[in-house]
Design a protein around this ligand. Structure first.
Ligand code: CTP
Length: 460
């Protein structure tokens, strides 16, 4: 990278630092909340179980105002996982003081854990049960690695690099690619730490990503004694084109959840930041969802597309699950539309609270007939069969091939969606209930979801 570009990015990070690094008051408040919770835990924990602070707060890479504190309860490896699950929840719940305006919910990852809200201190704690391990080979559950990550990150990052991690997280968040969850398919906090560690600084990560090409395999600081990994082999075993090997577990690709769309979004955002290293480029622009219904109709008019939507009620379970089920269903409907001759220009989905929705922008929404291509005329048998199958249809010959005009099974995308949802083979996941189909205009609450999803997709 040109020295001047690097200096301008470094200057930008220094300038925005007060907006992204927690203030001394915030850190003091978090510290006293941690002391309070650790004190309560130590009174409840059996001798064999250890409570440790992990995650970004422990590593000093948390962003200003992010109030999630991760405390892990480390159980001995010989205990059964059902036992640590039960004990972990029991201990988590037992330290909540309702009289002090505190509450909790049980959250479900691979293992359930307790999330405690301490309203008076405006922080929340995740109390996560895990096994105490020394290396990845001893791992029992996915969250066990977190203690190894902590060790690696705290011993690898300098103070300045911790601020660089914060800058990277906020930059990614501003461009809607921070977080490994299914909705975002972006870069996790740990991945930001590893990239900063590998390239050395925020400016260098931006420079590397602005020039990045796929496939990209990153092996972080392998000890010299280790054999040099073969990127070709890694590409094969991980089955992805962007790989960041976990320095604490060579069997894990920390970038496994990063979609290629998110990867390339970062490439473009990094190039934009280098050419204009201003707070405006760094923080990006938000989307306002007021008057979404009106804005959506204007969009349809100017694009010349018609919008068809389906909304569902969803239960209060992990958004990741709903998101994936919704995506699968959306892609199936999209495929069916294409098969039936409706051209889907854009398809989107969104989940908000207990509502989920998908919408399709269709280029040609009125269709009576579709043109079905048949075999080449020289394939006598096949042509015969084709003509037999389309008896009564109008037929033509074009470019040496036979074509038939077949009456559409569905007169409109709405008919197709309704037909599909009613069909026996729809197999709509049980979490997507009470399907409601809309043509064009949507009630404002659904319009907001569709508009945000549209603007996010086209916010390059
Ligand atoms: N973790 C992981 N893989 C994930 C999610 C989490 O390995 N998909 C581990 C990482 O070690 C991570 C820790 O769990 O650092 C805590 O995760 P989380 O609280 O989601 O993120 P933080 O790293 O704490 O980052 P931040 O809170 O700043 O977003």
């Amino acid at each position: 990278m040109k020295k001047t570009d690097e200096a301008r990015l470094e200057a930008l990070v220094r300038r925005i630092l007060p907006d992204i690094r927690p203030s001394k008051e915030e850190l003091d408040q978090v510290k006293s909340a941690i002391n309070e919770i650790m004190g309560r835990l130590s009174a409840k924990l059996p001798k064999s179980v250890e409570a440790v602070l992990l995650g970004s707060v422990a590593r000093g890479t948390q962003v200003k105002g992010s109030s999630d504190i991760d405390i892990f309860l480390l159980f001995p490896r010989h205990m059964k996982d059902t036992e640590i699950e039960r004990k972990g929840l029991e201990i988590g719940k037992s330290i909540v003081k309702r009289s002090k305006n505190e509450s909790y919910i049980v959250k479900y990852a691979e293992h359930p854990y307790t999330k405690i809200f301490i309203k008076d201190l405006s922080v929340s704690f995740d109390i996560v049960p895990a096994y105490k391990i020394e290396n990845a080979r001893e791992r029992g559950t996915a969250v066990d690695r977190t203690q190894l990550h902590n060790e690696f990150v705290t011993s690898s990052l300098t103070e300045k690099q911790r601020d660089d991690v914060r800058a990277l997280k906020v930059f990614l968040k501003s461009h809607r690619i921070y977080g490994a969850e299914a909705r975002t398919e972006g870069f996790s906090g740990y991945l930001c730490e590893l990239l900063t560690c590998h390239y050395g600084s925020f400016a260098n990560v931006i420079d590397a990503m602005a020039n990045a090409k796929l496939p990209l395999v990153i092996n972080i600081r392998r000890p010299k004694t280790d054999s040099i990994p073969d990127p070709g082999f890694q590409l094969k075993i991980f089955g992805k084109r962007f790989i960041v090997v976990d320095p604490t577990d060579s069997n894990r690709n920390v970038a496994a959840n990063v979609s290629e769309e998110s990867f390339f979004r970062l490439v473009l955002s990094a190039r934009a930041l280098i050419s204009n290293p201003s707070p405006k480029t760094f923080f990006g622009s938000g989307v306002s969802d007021t008057n979404s219904s009106r804005k959506l109709s204007a969009l349809q008019k100017s694009l010349g597309y018609k919008m068809y939507s389906v909304a569902f009620d969803v239960p209060d379970i992990a958004v990741d699950i709903i998101w994936q089920q919704l995506r699968k269903l959306r892609l199936r409907i999209s495929d069916l539309m294409a098969k039936e001759g409706f051209r889907v220009a854009v398809s989107l989905q969104e989940v908000a609270g207990r509502r989920a929705m998908m919408c399709f922008f269709i280029e040609n929404d009125i269709q009576r007939y579709r043109k079905v291509p048949g075999p080449r005329i020289d394939m006598a048998d096949s042509v015969g069969k084709f003509m037999e199958a389309h008896r009564g249809s109008m037929m033509s010959i074009e470019d040496g091939r036979i074509f038939a005009m077949e009456q559409s099974k569905y007169g409109s995308p709405e008919e197709l969606i309704r037909g599909f949802l009613k069909g026996k083979r729809a197999e709509i996941p049980g979490n997507l209930r009470g399907a409601a189909v809309y043509r064009g205009a949507l009630p404002e609450s659904l319009a907001k979801m569709a508009y945000i999803a549209f603007m996010e997709k086209f916010s390059i």
